[in-house]
Write a protein that binds this ligand. Structure first.
Ligand code: NAD
Ligand code: TYD
Length: 351
């Protein structure tokens, strides 16, 4: 029996990790701890919420006392920490929230684990999910981020994640806590909040709204299907070496504008629009401040040591993703009504 605390389980990646663990490990007790911010949505977990091994605790990761209570209540022996503020554009507008949640929240969890595990590290694990953005930006020169690339974050989001990574490693080095950190590239797939590129653009194409391309659309990202990330997390949680770092990536680099054209083609085809009809929606807008040019991950260590590889071809992943958003319009309509719509209109008007 394992009692695993998954933080941020109501968010995009967290919901896929919770689903995988609840279904694959009926003998584990899976506790989803989430504050349910604008990005957290229990509708993402409708299909597993009745499972006997699934528990939900609405809690802020900065609330140290409650976290300690939850650790004791469920006798937690493993943590998979995904809860975070995750959107770069929001971090540019409001960096304090990012420092609070991503840095102080991570520290609260670490302190709670230290207190409750009390130096008995056997069978324990604190696994922190991070991003490739901590490494900064690459040029168009074919180089890749490896596990030893120097940290060089540029946005308040990546700076807060870098700081949290350092705190996690410090708890291993100082107290001996069994920690693991992984740094992953851009994820895509079902249940992603529609402020991120793919779901935002799919939804805007469906509604005939402008597609705001930052700058010239030349920035490059390395895209990984979210279920492949969840599989990597499962493997690393069980088989990864303590104190190690693993990079997780798709070996799948795309220039934004090329990716956007593929999205337009796919959405138009699946909606029965004439081919390329939505190209007219492409709107070049002011670039994001400090916009990192290129991210690309070298995940050979994970492949060589633990045998993980992305399972989906990108074309297949895009098809599945676009289909999912078209088939689940009520999910996206619920999220984009009300407060978010106001926020988005304001954000877009400022560009
Ligand atoms: P998300 O924004 O979709 O979800 C974040 C979740 O955390 C939400 O459910 C939210 O309610 C919860 N949360 C936020 N603040 C909280 C707090 N103070 N207390 C408790 N819960 C809180 O994010 P995501 O895209 O699923 O990312 C999950 C993790 O993976 C993050 O740590 C992110 O940095 C990392 N990551 C994301 C990507 C990506 O492409 N999305 C890539 C690499 C790493
Ligand atoms: P995003 O999904 O915000 O992820 P990240 O910034 O963490 O990589 O953005 C992906 C890329 O798409 C990034 O280069 C910024 C760009 N982008 C746009 O051009 N327009 C948009 O409206 C958004 C949200 C992103």
């Amino acid at each position: 029996m394992k009692n695993i605390l998954i933080t941020g389980g109501a968010g995009f990646i967290g919901s896929h990790v919770v689903r995988l663990f609840v279904n694959k490990y009926p003998n584990y007790r899976i506790v989803n701890l989430d504050k349910l911010t604008y990005a957290g949505n229990l509708a993402n977990l409708k299909d597993v919420e009745q499972a006997e091994n699934y528990h939900f605790e609405k809690c802020d990761i900065c609330d140290f006392d409650r976290i300690v209570e939850i650790f004791k209540k469920y006798d937690i022996d493993g943590v998979i920490h995904l809860a975070a503020e995750s959107h770069v554009d929001r971090s540019i507008k409001d960096p304090f929230t990012f420092a609070r949640t991503n840095v102080m929240g991570t520290l609260s969890l670490l302190q709670a684990a230290k207190l409750c595990w009390n130096g008995e590290w056997e069978g324990k694990r604190f696994y922190h999910i991070s991003t490739d953005e901590v490494y900064g930006a690459l040029e168009f020169d074919g180089t890749l981020f490896t596990e030893t690339t120097k940290y060089d974050p540029h946005s308040p989001y990546s700076a807060s994640k870098a700081s949290s990574d350092h705190f996690v490693r410090s708890f291993h080095d100082t107290y001996g806590m069994p920690t693991i950190v992984t740094n992953c590239s851009n994820n895509y797939g079902p249940y992603q909040f529609p402020e991120k590129l793919m779901p935002l653009f799919i939804n805007n194409i469906r509604n005939g709204k402008p597609l705001p391309v930052y700058g010239k659309g030349e920035n490059v990202r390395d895209w990984l299907y979210v279920e492949d990330h969840a599989r990597a997390i499962d493997l690393i949680f069980h088989k990864g070496e303590i104190a190690e770092t693993y990079n997780i990536g798709g070996f799948n680099e795309w220039r934004n504008i090329d990716l956007i054209r593929v999205l337009i083609k796919t959405v138009d085809r699946l909606l029965g629009n004439p081919e390329g009809a939505s190209e007219r929606l492409i709107t070049y807008v002011t670039d994001r401040a400090g916009h990192d040019l290129r991210y690309a991950i070298d995940s050979r260590k994970l492949k060589n040591e633990l045998g993980w590889e992305p399972s989906l071809q990108f074309e297949e992943g895009i098809e599945k993703t676009v289909k999912w958003y078209i088939d689940n319009q009520s999910w996206i309509d619920n999220i984009t009504s009300g407060e978010y719509e106001k926020y988005y209109e304001e954000m877009y008007a400022n560009r």
